[in-house]
Ligand binder design. Sequence first.
Ligand code: ASP
Ligand code: MG
Length: 453
Amino acid sequence: MTFGRGIRAPRHTTHAARRHHREFHVALIVQKYGGSSVADAESIKRVAKRIVDTRRQGHDVVVAVSAMGDTTDELLDLAGQVAPIPAPRELDMLLSSGERIAMALLAMAIHSMGFEARSFTGSQAGMITDATHGAARIVDVTPVRLREALDEGAIVIVAGFQGFNRDTRDITTLGRGGSDTTAVALAAALHADVCEIYSDVDGIFTADPRVVPKARKLDRVSSEEMLEMAANGAKVLYIRAVEYARRHGVLIHARSTFSSAEGTYVLGEGMQVPDAEEGETMEEPIVAGVATDQSQAKITIIGVPDVPGKAAEIFKLVARTGANVDMIVQNVSAAATGRTDISFTLPKADAPTALRALAADQADVGFESLVHDDQIGKLSVVGAGMRTHSGVSATLFEALSVSGINIEMISTSEIRISVVVRGDDLAEAARVVHTAYGLDGEVDATVYAGTGR
Ligand code: ASP
Ligand code: MG
């Protein structure tokens, strides 16, 4: 992408003048580097160079950085060793320090390359959140100090994943993977031209290349498709960041720290890839990708009395445990017994508590027994083209049937079809479905050892 490389606009150009001299347009670029991109001193220097290169092209640069490598996991582990249930306020104090280390080191590395850089914590950067420790939501961004630093010609580095609550006056964190959201929120508040999210993978793929070797990198994907893919197992972008970008009109470019190749643009309503040819219209594929998820378990409640109110009773019980129920299937009841089975899926980690709650109320609800199954896999086909094309589900079912893969549950949304299969069948299911929709690339995708973070 070009924003008029190499020429630096005089400061304080008026908008009209800027438009007139288009090639002088200074872009404001927000870049986010994940933990794997700043895992050690060498990587920090590599990232610093990349930032300086962007700066040299004449752009203003604001960087959101994650904690180095596995720092956050290590800090969590350490907390667990001193307290069985660490106090949420202190845990946020601890975890937010990971990003502070990375931001200061990155600023130092940039200084040593002869460029001005200034690092800021989340609260210094004006990341105002609600008071929920460990899963705070951004409510306002007041980047006064960042603006000042930019105006003075500095590269701005912001600690990702953290904010500040005005009422409690305490530091908060945004939840795991929250640095993506930091970057997008900064891009929105500063009206950045683009928010580049760097990780150790090349972009968004039609499927997880570790599962489907013929997966292809997408040049672009709509934000609604990206949301469905992220919600159904794709891990490259953090779902809250995509939601935030969609709401605030931020253009995301997911790309690799290790190459200068273009990655994947995530396009919201009415957005375009920068520098796309005038009037270039791409034939939109019906299916954008195939997502796989092996993090769910299935609970089946056997012999539920088939009378009004039972589903409400059951799911109220489950909801009270905080479990996040995904798919639900109720069988037709057996005429002889007037009873039915209800199955639902939920994150594996939520299953034990949900099972305990259901077992405790077995007599009240009046069901016969419970079955827990954590060997399932969920496959989802996502594509905005499903709105206007028929036969999309038939292709899915046909591909699975030819391979002899049994479907246990089905659910759909406007632009997604999901099925539950045996966990052992999931990889093969993903491959045959990927082929059936014509998504296979010519060559196998390069798979780095990376995590995509
Ligand atoms: N360091 C935090 C985490 O590991 C935030 C992030 O990486 O985005 O979850
Ligand atoms: Mg991390």
